[in-house]
Design a protein around this ligand. Structure first.
Ligand code: DUC
Ligand code: ZN
Ligand code: ZN
Length: 470
């Protein structure tokens, strides 16, 4: 008789956001079809004894092959970026499709489909970055794209090429409310950053370290407050992304106490890096390896972020993978970046390091439960971005997107384990305990013990439901 299951994962400890239990998992085709002890043999078998069996990681904040300005090239496209994500225990990523000023939003989406098609190892969707909310974008393109399953957008309160005026933010929020999209907001204020940057440069303070000084926490706090006020006025939920410290958190917590629906994301760099990393071991330019926005802060901020991870202020933990090469004139070492921090491309790689860092610092060190880890790294991403329950859990009928995790493996993180296109990792030398050993997407082992087992193109584009609530 033909086996009933194509794959049985046997003997592991299954953890979802809700539960921890011991059972086998029966997979037929791409789906989980049985959860029970002592399942009959499948065509293939994986012995997961001693391993955790987790929903595949979902990283809802990664940048791949994204336009960054003349002469700058992102270090990962969809192939290397998704491979790095798979190495880090992820099965699904949501990068950005960026609209350039003057460009139609549809055209931007089409461009990013071309970049991704046939390249991604992982399933993927796109958030829409709106930089030019013209009447045509707001009136036709955005509503149509949301209806087509692009149910989230990102908007910026800073950067010359991306910043929206307050009135434009309100208009985008209003469309999101009408059609059920989630708006992710980069909350740092344009004018304050410009003012500080000019003053620092005039004082000759141009080294990478001054990137952090040019956008102190109050810049993030002010913009977070303003973003929340806009959301309150329009009466629509928003997500404040890459929250870096206690000051923005206080705004978010205050808003929640008033019943305003604000979601919040944080990232590994705000747990394990500080602004001192931008000093680059006294080799000035090496500090550019850590330049990202918002910048990493200080120990007190790290503690504040932990508080938010533990107490529920944060719903998602994402990498904000935004990779550039260091030894590259199209990356961190572009000629202008030597003249001032102003020109250093903002972003660091982290899609492979995200889950190991949170597991090790959070679960292994006893700060958070395994269920909370699953919620922060997978389930809540699926819920908020319209992919649940196909993604983000282990349940009968869900996609068999599963990460086998060795909770006791000790690993020293190093560049070669990241499988990304950057020539460095900001987490070089960091010791972690707990590591993803096998990544399974729709029932197929795609990455095992450091080796990719599928070709590029295995990943499928996901149209997503309307933004969810948690
Ligand atoms: N914002 C991001 O979300 N990623 C990298 C740079 C930035 O400003
Ligand atoms: Zn951002
Ligand atoms: Zn980002």
């Amino acid at each position: 008789m033909e086996p009933q299951f194509d794959l049985v994962i046997r003997g592991g400890t299954v953890a979802t956001a809700a539960d921890i239990f011991s059972c086998d998992i029966g997979i037929a085709g791409a789906k989980v079809v049985a959860l029970a002890r002592d399942l009959p043999r499948g065509t293939d078998e994986i012995d997961a004894t001693g391993l955790l069996v987790l929903p595949g990681g979902i990283d809802s904040h990664v940048h791949l092959d994204q336009y960054q300005g003349e002469g700058i090239v992102m270090a990962d496209g969809f192939e290397t970026g998704s491979r790095s994500a798979a190495a880090g225990g992820n099965t699904c990523i949501v990068p950005y499709a960026l609209q350039r000023k003057g460009q139609s939003l549809r055209e931007a989406v089409a461009d990013y489909h071309v970049k991704a098609a046939g390249n991604s190892l992982l399933d993927y969707g796109f958030h829409l970055i709106i930089s030019d909310p013209t009447p045509a974008v707001l009136g036709q393109e955005l509503p149509a794209l949301i209806a087509d399953g692009y149910t989230s957008v990102k908007i910026f309160m800073t950067y010359d090429d991306l910043v929206l005026k307050d009135r434009e933010i309100l208009e985008v929020l209003s469309i999101a409310r009408q059609y059920g999209a989630m708006v992710m907001i980069h909350a740092e204020g344009y004018d304050q950053i410009k003012f500080m940057t000019d003053k620092l440069e005039q004082a000759g303070k141009t080294a990478p370290y001054y990137h952090a000084a040019s956008r102190p926490q109050l810049v993030e706090r002010e913009a977070t407050h303003r973003a929340i006020a806009h959301a309150e006025l329009v009466d629509v939920p928003v997500m404040i992304v890459h929250v870096s410290g206690g000051e923005a958190m206080e705004q978010i917590e205050w808003a929640r106490s008033k019943g305003i629906r604000v979601y919040a994301e944080t990232c590994p760099q705000y747990l394990v890096l500080t602004a001192d990393h931008l000093k680059g071991l006294n080799m000035d330019h090496a500090g550019t390896k850590y330049v990202c926005s918002p910048p990493p802060r200080d120990r007190a901020s790290q503690e504040a972020i932990w508080r938010g991870i533990v107490n529920g202020t944060f719903q998602t933990f994402s990498s904000d993978h935004c990779p550039f090469r260091y030894e590259d004139t199209a990356g961190k070492s572009n000629p202008k970046s030597k003249t001032s921090f102003r020109w250093v491309p903002n972003g660091i790689p982290g899609v492979a390091a995200r889950m190991p860092i949170l597991f090790s610092e959070g679960v292994t060190k006893g700060r958070i439960s395994l269920q909370r880890f699953v919620e922060l790294t997978s389930t809540n991403h699926a819920k908020l971005f319209g992919m649940y329950p196909a993604k983000g859990t282990i349940a009968i009928g869900s996609d068999a997107d599963i990460t086998l995790w060795d909770p006791s493996r000790k690993v020293t993180m190093t560049q070669s384990l990241m499988h990304h296109g950057s020539d460095y990792t900001p987490y070089e030398g960091m010791e972690v305990r707990g590591w993803p050993v096998t990544t399974i997407l729709r029932g197929k082992v795609i990455f095992d013990e450091g080796v990719a087992l599928v070709e590029r193109g295995f990943g499928q584009f996901l149209t997503r439901d309307a933004a969810g609530r948690i």
